[in-house]
Write a protein that binds this ligand. Structure first.
Ligand code: C5P
Length: 208
């Protein structure tokens, strides 16, 4: 079984993906971390974000088992990840790694922007998780503040909108629901309600 979750930043897809993986006994890959890890490595070495060859060589040395969201969660890393995510050669390399993860025996849950459309077009179940930008910005602001990181709602909202626009309008693999994806709008849902709805969607898709 392969479960594909896509959606914009801070839509709740990451939390849902972790919970679904636990519920169905599957491995989980947060594919955003693969883009973040490449961006973080380039930033740390003061290297340019637009050099595709360099980005590809970093990607070729990625260890999927060593990706840690705590180390890659900084806002600037997310922004840099979205900037390098327009490089087609880099995407090709990362998609290759992501597919190898998805296609291993036990099945998997993958979350990202292009899982249902590009990485796993034959996934058992596809969910496109959305929420109003204001709801997403509020969640992200609360999350950062709860970790003691200063965060201003208006700035987070503007950043999320800019990132969504870049991710949705890029030529290669834009953020877009697959034609057979189930839409899950979590604007008015708490995480428990969203999780129940997601389990229901996956269970029905797996039975079909
Ligand atoms: O989900 P997360 O915020 O960690 O993703 C960081 C950036 O990586 C996104 O804004 C997007 O540009 C890129 N990304 C992507 N395709 C994916 C996952 C993430 O282009 N499958």
């Amino acid at each position: 079984m392969i479960i594909a979750l896509d959606g914009p930043a801070a839509s709740g897809k990451g939390t849902l993906a972790r919970q679904l993986a636990e519920h169905f006994g599957l491995k989980h890959l947060d594919t955003g971390l693969t883009y973040r890890a490449v961006a973080a490595a380039l930033l740390a070495r003061g290297l340019p974000l637009g050099d595709e060859k360099l980005a590809i060589s970093v990607a070729q040395n990625l260890d999927l088992g060593a990706l840690d969201r705590n180390q890659l969660s900084a806002h600037e890393i997310g922004e840099a990840a979205s900037r390098i995510a327009v490089l087609s050669g880099l995407r090709e390399e990362l998609v290759r790694l992501q597919r190898a993860f998805a296609e291993s025996d036990e099945g998997a849950v993958l979350d990202g922007r292009d899982i249902g459309t590009v990485v796993c077009p034959n996934a058992t179940a596809k969910l496109f998780v959305t929420a109003a930008p204001e709801a997403r910005a509020k969640r992200r602001t609360d999350e950062l503040q709860s970790k003691g990181i200063p965060a201003v709602f208006d700035e987070i909202l503007e950043d999320l909108k800019r990132r969504d626009t870049r991710d949705s309008t890029r030529k290669d693999s834009p953020l877009l629901p697959a034609s057979d994806a189930h839409l899950l709008d979590t604007t008015e849902m708490d995480i428990e309600t969203a999780f129940k709805a997601a389990v229901d969607i996956v269970t029905r898709a797996a039975a079909a």
